[in-house]
Design a binder for this molecule. Sequence first.
Ligand SMILES: NC(=O)c1ccc[n+]([C@@H]2O[C@H](COP(=O)([O-])OP(=O)(O)OC[C@H]3O[C@@H](n4cnc5c(N)ncnc54)[C@H](O)[C@@H]3O)[C@@H](O)[C@H]2O)c1
Ligand SMILES: [Zn+2]
Ligand SMILES: [Zn+2]
Length: 368
Amino acid sequence: MRMRAAVLEEFGEPLAVQEVELAEPRAGEVLVRLVACGVCHTDLYTASGADPSGYAPTVLGHEGAGVVEQVGADVTSLAPGDHVVTLFSPQCGECVHCVDPRTNLCMAIREQQNKGYLPDGTTRISREGDGVRHFMGCSTFAEYTVMPEIALAKIDPEAPFEHACLFACGLSTGLGAAISTAAVTPGSTCVVFGAGMVGLGAVAGCRLQGAERIVCVDLSADRLELARGQGATDLLEGGEGAVEAILAMTGGFGADYTFEATGNVAVMQQAVEAARMAWGLCTVAGVAGKGKTLDIVPRLLITGRRVAGSSFGGVKGRDQVPVLIERAMAGEIDVEPFISHRLGLDEVNRGFELMEAQDGIRSVIEFN
Ligand SMILES: NC(=O)c1ccc[n+]([C@@H]2O[C@H](COP(=O)([O-])OP(=O)(O)OC[C@H]3O[C@@H](n4cnc5c(N)ncnc54)[C@H](O)[C@@H]3O)[C@@H](O)[C@H]2O)c1
Ligand SMILES: [Zn+2]
Ligand SMILES: [Zn+2]
């Protein structure tokens, strides 16, 4: 079939919205009609050429929600009409990691996905016979996509698509960092560095876990106000004095749980240093630039602090994304404030500009 899609032709150039060809789903694959898709930093990171593992041409986008149109052979868990969220982090349910509750890092299709191919090593997207690669296994800046069944989470058909798509990446990452990776305990003190989509999700996750005190740290007063709306009890301007300020707020000890959601290694260091001696856990969700390293004085670890990393919030996508969406529908998570702009597919580059200007939390592309 023919469809419109936003293609990354050359790194550093605007995406080119154009008609491309999409082949039918093969065995284990599903054709999805996109209804909404968030614009994320990872899309921009690849488009800019900064990501050393990036490839082109490719159809970007990975925060999609839509409707199943057609299923390939052997697909048993999805049917036409089902509402789904796309998962750059799939869940095959069978690999060594999927069967272990300690991780969400499914190994089933990793290698081909990282190269821009579907699990059988080919692409369904093409242009005049030449393959166009699939980005993060998703390619959701397009009217339709073909994805593996194991990379789609079936959600409540009543969930609004423009809310649901945010659970495909940043929101679940933040919520999951608090709920799954750190498993924040009731009554605890938490500090979240960064109040973007991920940090705000972490604030909400700490609240849902019953944290008593949630300090949010950011450079932007507007974003800190959004954090208050998600449950932050204390707001702190980021910068050099942040650790001292947190120690002063916590009787000199630091927080039970800290979260880093900026991608800046200096802030990661602060998040480690702001964690409490004896049992403080620092969860790192930000993606640092290539070659950057995190500097930690080992004494901080000897005296009981721990550091954890969190990919997609440790969330096993097919099982847990639908649950997070249920909680949002039940009124436990206020999703609307995260959507700052609604754009058409033709305005996708405007979504990048808004993100670079830090104008709002998320632009959502709506297809109709
Ligand atoms: N682990 C994962 O699976 C995963 C998934 C999605 C995104 N990410 C990463 O998470 C990070 C955050 O993503 P986002 O979409 O929320 O980004 P964002 O840019 O919207 O938010 C980052 C926030 O950090 C703040 N900040 C910058 N410097 C700061 C400082 N010194 N102190 C305090 N705050 C500071 C900014 O003002 C901004 O509000 C990025 O690195 C992104 O790549 C990771
Ligand atoms: Zn993303
Ligand atoms: Zn798996």
